[in-house]
Design a protein around this ligand. Structure first.
Ligand code: RM4
Ligand code: MN
Ligand code: MN
Length: 424
């Protein structure tokens, strides 16, 4: 199913005058509102192919109905999201959950919907049917060279799929770790991981990147071989310029100062990009901004300041992706809310008076520094986002239109109530 531009515009008309009033107010209140709208128009966040179905936990999975049954249907769902928010113009594939069997037809379907392919993700954390060797005790770090080779080959195959689709990055997340003290030799498995990644690195095309994700625990509960940003950074540094560290917001122990990690990775030119989500306890994969929107804003403060310092384009300088999996919400609504939360944090960060903030820092004026940050954070920037969407042909209120048009009911009619999308 596809959403006609005209249909969205007609529904926008119902709320246009209210929107105009709110937009005029903020445009008069904040400096540089026009510039912010332009930046918001250019800003896109990739949608993960594994987040379009309802997620599950190890206790159960309650599918929501009308879930995409194929990669084509997942691409259509991203097309719906993009038609509504004009900010989700790419999809990130997880292989083998989503194998692009016929790359050229998949590519042309995506481009009809104004989409392209973001980073491809390998999966060596699950055993697939017909797989010769098991990943029960890890993959790229495995003590057995034959398992390592199988995992390396899988990553190289994923790169090949990505080349066919026009992706430019391989994203690697490893579940490799140990459950009990003594199970592994830390140096040995780290060295194995480095060597395996090196082989994958050598298979990257010239214009490709490899993004290395870290995570402190789960599915292993004693050690993870790439457990934190330092370990990822170490590997990325040893590998070379094409390798960098991917920050998944859920992959930190509680209360970690993620914004500080981001600032330093960016400073070193080693920040690959993000997997956005939110969390209360661990890798909860909750809707971005649903638990701790202030942290997200503080991260964007570092990003805006740090990217400007390095002369990076905000929209394209690093990778922007969502990595979420929701158990009780409609996945499309969840993703629309996530993109909205990311862009709100970005817009608020753009409103920070960096000049004033630097002066306050220089004068050790701590109270002033806090006021500057919080003045930006407490600004209701939603009309700026709505204006950017409106100008690009999207919906003033994406979730409202998704509901008004009964999109989920139509998807259920088309696909059925009991469909289950591949993914988590
Ligand atoms: C992991 C990690 C990866 C994602 C998988 C599904 O926790 O966040 O990025 O691909 O989950
Ligand atoms: Mn992730
Ligand atoms: Mn995760």
């Amino acid at each position: 199913m596809q959403l006609e531009k005209q249909l969205i515009q007609n529904l926008n008309n119902d709320v246009l005058s209210a929107h105009q009033r709110k937009f005029n107010y903020i445009a008069g209140e904040v400096a540089g509102a026009e510039k912010v709208v332009k930046k918001l128009e250019a800003f896109n966040i990739a949608i993960p192919s594994w987040a379009l179905g309802t997620g599950g936990t190890r206790f159960g999975r309650f599918s929501g109905g009308g879930e995409p049954r194929s990669l084509e249907e997942k691409i259509e769902d991203v097309g719906l999201i993009h038609a509504l928010n004009r900010s989700s113009n790419s999809i990130s594939l997880h292989i083998p959950w989503d194998i692009p069997g016929n790359a050229s037809s998949i590519k042309s379907l995506a481009s009809q919907l104004g989409l392209h392919f973001d980073a491809v993700n390998s999966n060596t954390f699950q055993d697939q049917q017909d797989q010769a060797l098991s990943y029960k005790y890890g993959s790229l770090h495995h003590v057995d060279k034959a398992v390592r080779k199988q995992a390396v080959d899988h990553n190289i195959e994923v790169i090949k799929y990505g080349i066919e689709l026009g992706s430019k990055a391989l994203s690697v997340w490893l579940a490799d770790g140990s459950n009990f003290p003594g199970q592994l030799n830390f140096r040995g498995v780290f060295q194995n991981t480095y060597e395996s990644l090196h082989e994958i690195y050598n298979a990257l095309p010239d214009d490709w990147k490899i993004w290395i994700e870290y995570k402190p625990y789960e599915p292993n509960f004693y050690s993870t071989t790439i457990g934190d940003w330092g370990q990822s950074y170490l590997l990325a540094s040893k590998l070379g310029a094409k390798a960098s560290t991917l920050v998944d917001l859920g992959h930190h122990l509680p209360n970690t100062n993620i914004e500080q990690i981001v600032a330093l990775l960016l400073m070193e030119g080693k920040l690959a990009g993000f997997h956005f989500n939110d969390s209360k306890y661990g890798d909860d994969d909750l809707t971005v901004g649903s638990i701790n929107p202030y942290q997200l804003f503080l991260i964007f403060n570092e990003l805006v300041e740090g990217m400007d310092a390095r002369g990076l384009d905000h929209a394209t300088g690093i990778g922007w992706m969502i990595d979420a999996s929701h158990n009780v919400k409609d996945p499309v609504e969840d993703l629309l809310q996530s993109v909205e939360a990311i862009k709100i944090a970005y817009a608020q960060a753009l409103l920070i008076d960096q000049h004033e903030l630097k002066a306050a820092q220089q004068n050790n004026d701590v109270a002033k520094a806090q006021d500057i940050l919080q003045a930006a954070y407490r600004t209701d920037v939603r009309p700026l986002l709505a204006e950017a969407r409106l100008r690009s042909g999207g919906a003033v209120d994406p979730v409202a239109i998704f509901r008004k048009l009964n999109v989920r009911d139509q998807l259920i009619k088309e696909r059925g109530l009991k469909t289950v999308a591949t993914g988590l």
